[in-house]
Design a protein around this ligand. Structure first.
Ligand SMILES: [Zn+2]
Length: 346
């Protein structure tokens, strides 16, 4: 009798323990699933974990037809393109580059099918974008946008994210937008930004916005992000290197925004070191992104190179007091954090 009572008691403990174990397992599993969605990056070859990004160039153009008419934006001499770009990307790979964020938008030369071939042939992970480029005096804004609502434009971008671009399975890894360099942002640029916000809220894609030194445009965007309760870390100030005074960059980085210093070339190494040091002094190395705004095939012309970072800037940083950890933070951790797909509410 005693024995069976004990056994019964033991069984109850076992069941309770099992239930406890089950709950913990479910909790762990759901947090793992959460992690996975948080850490995803879309490349032209499919989704990867952001930990697989590695050393990344966050603002380059594998190729573009920027400068040509919008009607010619899809036309490339593909043999010539491949002959020029593929060996160059292989050279970049020898510098340790794993991933490149391609900032060529639809209407000035995005061709995801060609990006896929280039990625397959080089082993470089390429991340393409959705969005519309509103700078360059609206040269690359298609007609339909003027009459469309911000919501209906965002539906096109959300559809690319959910179903793939132009009948392929290739999904965008970020939203690319651009503001003209006007004192006050134009209605079309404002509308496109609103479409970007709506797309972010649905997809979790980060907004990379070409602003250069247009502080008024930046203020407008920050206000709209706030109005939609989106954290500034969902937003990248592209070409922020064009701003002369770092104060506003430091201020926005402190609030969580990403500062893209993306005009690196051999001749401005010293200037970049000075700026990056400024961010380091403010403990904000974790908010900057470095790149060249290079172009592997600009309108069919010669490569606008994108390796000064490895030939000049990084070696110079390492003899100027920066550590391997600093470089790792900027080149690996920051891209991972900036582009990891997630909705960033305040
Ligand atoms: Zn660019």
């Amino acid at each position: 009798m005693m024995k069976s009572k004990n056994t019964q008691h033991l069984n109850i403990i076992k069941i309770e323990y099992f239930k406890f174990f089950l709950t913990i397992s479910i909790l762990l599993l759901s947090s793992c699933q959460n992690e996975t969605t948080l850490n995803q990056i879309n490349t032209v070859q499919g989704s990867i974990k952001s930990s697989e990004l590695g050393v990344s160039l966050t603002h380059e153009h594998i190729m573009s037809n920027f400068g040509k008419d919008i009607t010619e934006s899809l036309n490339y001499d593909t043999i010539e393109l491949f002959n020029q770009v593929i060996p160059y990307l292989k050279q970049l790979k020898s510098y340790g580059v794993n991933s490149i964020f391609d900032c060529t938008t639809e209407y000035f030369g995005r061709r995801v099918d060609l990006l896929k071939t280039i990625s397959d042939s080089t082993g470089i992970q390429i991340i393409t974008n959705t969005g519309i480029y509103g700078a360059a005096n609206d040269r690359y804004v298609p007609e339909f946008v003027y009459d469309a609502s911000a919501e209906s434009i965002s539906e096109i971008w959300i559809d690319e994210f959910e179903n793939g671009i132009e009948g392929t399975k290739i999904r965008p890894g970020f939203i690319k937008l651009a503001f003209d360099n006007k004192a006050l942002p134009s209605n079309i640029d404002k509308k496109l930004f609103k479409s970007g916000i709506l797309t972010h809220l649905k997809t979790g894609l980060t907004l990379a916005v070409h602003n250069a030194n247009n502080v008024e445009a930046v203020k407008y965007q920050i206000e709209l992000l706030e109005a939609y309760n989106i954290h500034p870390s969902a937003w990248i100030w592209t070409h922020a290197n064009k701003v002369e005074d770092d104060t506003i960059l430091i201020d926005l980085a402190t609030k969580g925004a990403w500062i893209s210093l993306d005009g690196i070339k051999e001749s401005n190494t010293e200037e970049y070191i000075k700026r990056i040091r400024h961010f380091k002094q403010e403990n904000l190395l974790n908010k900057i992104l470095l790149s060249h705004d290079g172009n592997g095939y600009p309108k069919g012309g010669k490569i606008r190179k994108f390796h000064a970072l490895f030939e000049n800037l990084i070696p110079e940083m390492l003899v100027s007091g920066f550590t391997d950890n600093d470089i790792h933070q900027i080149m690996v951790e920051n891209p991972k954090e900036a582009f990891g797909i997630r909705i960033r509410k305040n």
